[in-house]
Design a protein around this ligand. Structure first.
Ligand SMILES: NC(=O)c1ccc[n+]([C@@H]2O[C@H](COP(=O)([O-])OP(=O)(O)OC[C@H]3O[C@@H](n4cnc5c(N)ncnc54)[C@H](O)[C@@H]3O)[C@@H](O)[C@H]2O)c1
Ligand SMILES: [Zn+2]
Length: 340
């Protein structure tokens, strides 16, 4: 299991980091254009090399890998180099993949700087890039990165990105922690981020420990993602920018509705989930149901039928539920109706 350390302040993180890097010949940070100025430039960086990629999901691309492999070679990086991810989920996913592949594997450390990366992307070993328009098609499992989480980074994170991370936390609560879900709904502004992150990480790691390669139990973490990924891909072709967590929030509306239709959750449960999501997110209507359907059907996780995780009451889940095209269309129509 990956090791995780938590810090309130950057000064504490830096002290820990300077002890940790002692055995390495060279330390190379991987950043994006935002985390270069907002994060890397805030730490004492005199002993570190840095490789920068542009910010954004569209740079989770093979061209970024080629750029980074070239830069590592120019820096004479070797098996005794430590690669440090300083950024959101795009940077941690790329760094983990680079660390799995450069010279058949080098050491790597994650310093996540978005809420999504702190609660989700930096844990569980999945790395990778998008390919031919399909998210995370090429990648590896790399369970070795040590993770250093510091909530001070969240000070510069735009509110919308913060909310996007909260969607993944709500998802964690909905599948296995009803008390935290109700506590959050009652008082979303009273969140203590360090506690929220620790709880979310322990939930994620519980599933990863049971099923590291995502073959059975870990699939519970995909709640909201079967339809959510379809929605995310459908919006890529539009002018509206939809963040990953926002797509997952819409996916949770739809998959909760399907759970209700199958008597897996009560009408009260459904209303609680809808009220929580409506109170915390400002989400767009779905423009094309056909596009969403097309992408859900092409999702790499589907074999012959559309497999989905549904809720089984708030705080419990039901794996391997087959959903139909009608379920997808009716639930997305229902979601649009809620926005009116
Ligand atoms: N490997 C996994 O298990 C896993 C899990 C969840 C998500 N992901 C991946 O993570 C990605 C989404 O993560 P994300 O939302 O962190 O994306 P991201 O890395 O693109 O970060 C979002 C934006 O925030 C900026 N940013 C980062 N830190 C900042 C800070 N402290 N202050 C201000 N701005 C900052 C980034 O530059 C970027 O513009 C997706 O590619 C998704 O597939 C992976
Ligand atoms: Zn997600």
């Amino acid at each position: 299991m990956q090791q995780v350390r938590y810090f309130d302040y950057l000064s504490e993180l830096e002290k820990h980091l300077s002890d940790y890097i002692q055995p390495f010949d060279k330390v190379v940070f991987l950043v994006d254009s935002n985390t270069k100025s907002l994060c890397f430039d805030r730490i004492n960086r005199s002993h570190f090399s840095v490789i920068e990629i542009p910010a954004g999901e569209e740079y989770k691309h093979i061209n970024s890998l080629i750029h980074i492999w070239n830069e590592l070679q120019n820096l004479h990086a070797n098996r005794n180099t430590l690669l440090v991810a300083l950024g959101g989920g795009v940077v941690t996913d790329i760094t983990g993949f680079i660390a799995s592949t450069y010279m058949r594997g080098i050491s790597c450390l994650y310093i996540p700087t978005t809420l999504i990366a702190m609660v989700d992307a930096a844990h569980g070993g999945k790395t990778g890039i998008d390919f031919n328009g399909i998210k995370n098609l090429i990648g590896s499992f790399n369970f070795q990165p040590y993770v250093l989480i510091c909530t001070e980074w969240l000070q510069t994170l735009p509110e919308r990105e913060l909310k996007s991370g909260l969607a993944e936390v709500i998802k964690h609560y909905l599948i296995c922690d009803a008390d935290s879900f109700y506590a959050f709904c009652q008082n979303p502004l009273k969140v203590v981020y360090l506690e929220l992150i620790q709880k979310a990480v322990s939930i994620k790691n519980h599933f990863v420990a049971k099923d590291p390669k995502d073959e059975h139990e870990r699939k519970a973490l995909n709640f909201g993602h079967t339809i959510g990924h379809g929605i995310e891909s459908a919006f890529l072709g539009t002018k509206i920018k939809l963040l990953h967590g926002e797509a997952v929030a819409i996916g949770m509306f739809c998959e909760s509705y399907i759970s209700f239709k199958r008597d897996l959750i009560s009408e009260n449960d459904l209303k609680s989930i809808e009220n929580c999501l409506l109170a915390n997110f400002s989400l767009p209507a779905i423009v094309s149901f056909d596009e969403v359907l097309k992408f859900v059907k092409h999702d790499k996780k589907n074999t012959d039928s559309i497999n989905c995780v549904l809720l089984n009451g708030i705080g419990a889940y039901s794996l391997n539920q087959q959903i139909s095209e009608d379920d997808i269309v009716s639930s997305t129509e229902y979601y649009n109706g809620l926005l009116q």
